[in-house]
Design a protein around this ligand. Structure first.
Ligand code: AMP
Length: 395
């Protein structure tokens, strides 16, 4: 069990909090989705109401070669002031920490908040340079790790700083560890995993890990066609990961040996081209015409997948069932999201596109947990030790 901000005395402490404020912005620099900022509020509010002062830090985008106003956290500071309802001190310091920042941090009073500039403006950040880590640590008494989405990277602000400060998790990090870790290790059974997305080879380690844990695995999305092909089915011009065919076949065999049920689509909604305007029709999954590509799961498959969702005690979902970005091929993904929203089971949505899909359908709040990570979520499920998680103190 990792220590959290509940486990330490916060009174009078200056807490350096690594958040994930890597929010999408439009060309004018307006934040287009503030979910990640809002997600950090419970941690910040808890620290403030327990007598701590808060120094927030985050990266934004991938600035190359130092300061770039396009990637400044200025807009995040202004937005935070609005939704937090208190002043957030911010100065756009290209080197992130200078004397003005040090001075402000030193005189910060309990209940006060400041935000540092984008950590990636300093070249040392992504190299986990100990000088930056030490500099960040010198501002505070405690490090609060709350950026799960960056925890798979050993950077100065995600891991390096923990070499110099006692490190505990914030509430966001705690939730991710609880639901991606504990809930999948000791699940209420049956444990059902639903996988989709583009390529099998991208998710091979995830599939292997899940095969060791789940009772049933549903496979949809682009990766399903490689599995169908491995069974000798006609998949037309559907997405095929040539290099993954053998792998898919081996995974089906592995599942059989382990007594895990893998369900593939039995029918698909196939179009003539990769477009929302294409003529689309339903075909059996073993007889897709040569000129058609499967872009969504079909109605029989939806019925079967929904029935599995209704039977499950815990459900983990990663990857869309079809090209959900096109309304014509969003039906399968939406049906899975709606069935998950309805079931009383524990429902965990594993980041990336599936998280975007449940948000798009307005169903995120109906899930037990929607992971904030993309790559970090997959690496966590793969069983890899994430540098930004292992650095948190154990009980
Ligand atoms: P991933 O990042 O691997 O989870 O893949 C997500 C992407 O897979 C989304 O952009 C989907 O549009 C795409 N996708 C899902 N189903 C299909 C399909 N049948 N054919 C092509 N792409 C798909």
């Amino acid at each position: 069990m990792k220590k959290t901000i509940r486990d330490i005395n916060l009174s009078g402490k200056r807490c350096l909090v690594r958040c994930d404020f890597n929010v999408p912005m439009d060309a004018e620099g307006h934040i287009t989705d503030d979910t990640r900022i809002r997600a950090s509020l419970p941690t910040i509010q808890f620290l403030l109401s327990n007598g701590a002062s808060v120094i927030l830090t985050s990266h934004l985008g991938r600035p190359e070669g130092g300061f770039d106003a396009k990637y400044s956290l200025q807009a995040v500071a202004l937005h935070l002031e609005k939704i937090l309802g208190c002043a957030v001190w911010f100065q756009s310091v290209p080197e992130v920490i200078d004397d003005s920042v040090r001075e402000k941090a030193a005189e910060l009073k309990p209940g006060e908040v400041m935000l540092l500039e984008n950590t990636r403006f300093v070249a040392g950040e992504t190299k986990n340079d100990p000088r930056l880590a030490k500099d960040l640590a010198s501002l505070a008494d405690v490090f609060v790790a709350d950026a799960f989405g960056s925890a798979h990277r050993a950077h100065s602000s995600t891991q390096g700083v923990s070499d110099y400060l006692p490190t505990v998790s914030g509430f966001l990090m705690e939730r991710e560890i609880r639901f991606l870790g504990d809930a999948l290790e000791n699940p209420t059974r049956p444990l059902l995993a639903i996988l989709g997305g583009a390529k099998v080879s991208d998710k091979i380690l995830v599939i292997r890990q899940l095969l060791a844990k789940v009772n049933t695995l549903l496979i949809g999305g682009g990766m399903a066609y490689t599995f169908l092909k491995s069974k000798g089915y006609e998949i037309g011009s559907s997405l095929l990961d040539e290099s993954g065919i053998e792998l898919a076949s081996a995974l089906l065999k592995e599942a059989e040996e382990k007594g895990v049920q893998i369900l593939l689509p039995t029918d698909v909604n196939a179009g003539l081209s990769f477009s929302n305007e294409t003529d689309a029709d339903i075909f059996p999954a073993d007889a897709i015409p040569a000129d058609r590509m499967g872009l969504d799961i079909g109605p029989k498959t939806i019925e079967c997948f929904v029935a599995e969702i209704e039977k499950a005690g815990t459900i983990f979902w990663n990857g869309p069932m079809g090209v959900f970005e096109m309304p014509k091929f969003a039906t399968g993904t939406k049906a899975v999201a709606e069935a998950m929203a309805k079931t009383p089971a524990i429902t965990i949505v594993g980041g990336g596109d599936s998280a975007a899909a449940v948000t798009q359908f307005g169903l995120a709040s109906e899930m037990t947990h929607v992971s904030t990570g993309g790559g970090a979520t997959l690496e966590f499920i793969e069983g890899k030790a994430l540098p930004g998680v292992i650095c948190i103190l154990d009980h």
